[in-house]
Design a protein around this ligand. Structure first.
Ligand SMILES: [Zn+2]
Length: 94
């Protein structure tokens, strides 16, 4: 079950990426993943092989906090502030 529908205003990132593979998650400010959908896990495992299970690599969470996004050759992750402790994440295959 996806966390968000593409139509939802809570995920503005996907609207322009409806043809891409995308996945969603909620993480805390240290990069620990709290809620994830299977597509997000798949994208992370395929594109961020250094990641620990259930946690984003530190260089990724650093970029998300700094710039609100992490972009590599193969994946784009956008972070939206959810509340004081968590981000909503949207990952799409480039
Ligand atoms: Zn999205």
């Amino acid at each position: 079950m996806p966390l968000y529908h593409h139509e939802s205003a809570t995920c503005s990132a996907c609207k322009s990426h409806l043809n891409s593979q995308s996945g969603h998650a909620i993480c805390d400010l240290q990069g620990a993943l709290w809620e994830v959908d299977p597509d997000f896990i798949k994208i992370i495992q395929q594109n961020l092989p250094d990641g620990e299970r259930g946690k984003l690599p530190s260089f990724v969470i650093a970029q998300l906090k700094d710039k609100g996004s992490y972009i590599s050759d193969t994946v784009r992750i956008k972070a939206f502030r959810n509340n004081a402790r968590t981000f909503k994440l949207c990952a799409t295959i480039q």
